[in-house]
Design a protein around this ligand. Sequence first.
Ligand SMILES: O=C(O)c1ccccc1N[C@@H]1O[C@H](COP(=O)(O)O)[C@@H](O)[C@H]1O
Length: 240
Amino acid sequence: MLLPAVDVADGQAVRLVQGEAGSETSYGDPLAAAMAWQEAGADWIHLVDLDAAFGRGSNRELLAEVTGKLDVQVELSGGIRDDDSLEAALATGARRVNIGTAALEDPEWCDRIISQYGDRVAIGLDVRGRTLAARGWTKEGGDLYEVLERLERAGCERYVVTDVTKDGMLQGPNLDLYRDLCARTEKPIVASGGVSSLDDLRALSTLVSDGVEGVIVGKALYAGAFTLTEALELTRGGDK
Ligand SMILES: O=C(O)c1ccccc1N[C@@H]1O[C@H](COP(=O)(O)O)[C@@H](O)[C@H]1O
């Protein structure tokens, strides 16, 4: 499963480097970007409100509009931290929401929504080394493996795992991280961060049998390193 990313800051589709505020490259209208990925054949869009993730604003209405206009499944992320933001996110029609900061800062709420919403909730594990990152990746959020054990006990259905140091760098994904996590959970993992080439997708494909279910691709698509058509053909088995 391949999820093109549309990250939104100040109403624009952007890509950051290692999640650093101020490192944005702008790619224009988020709806146009998402529609372009849909028209190229994507089954999913990973749609992120970066301002909400950083706690410096919100693009809630815009993301609801984009989600409402898409025919493909949407994974909605960024700033979903309480009942109000969760209900608003689910009301957009997004198939799945991704919880990052709140999974680290509010474990009780997180456990409750995992049991209430099942696979409509994925937990975003954004990591540097084995330390989790929260609040727009500006704060440390604890030890990856301790938090993973807690989430396993809570019954988390899916993990979206980003190596922050790889994100936006176009230097390849952290395959060791995904291998390691797959050995610690039976639940599917969506890999994110660093994909730079079709060879990176081929390398991630070798981890599908271990539990890597999907991959989020951002900068490589926007920078034209390969086309979405090529990537989908490869991930759907048409090109080895
Ligand atoms: O996607 C990014 O580039 C990104 C950069 C900096 C911070 C967050 C980023 N992404 C997404 O934000 C959610 C976390 O949001 P929250 O902590 O729940 O508010 C994370 O899952 C990433 O998908």
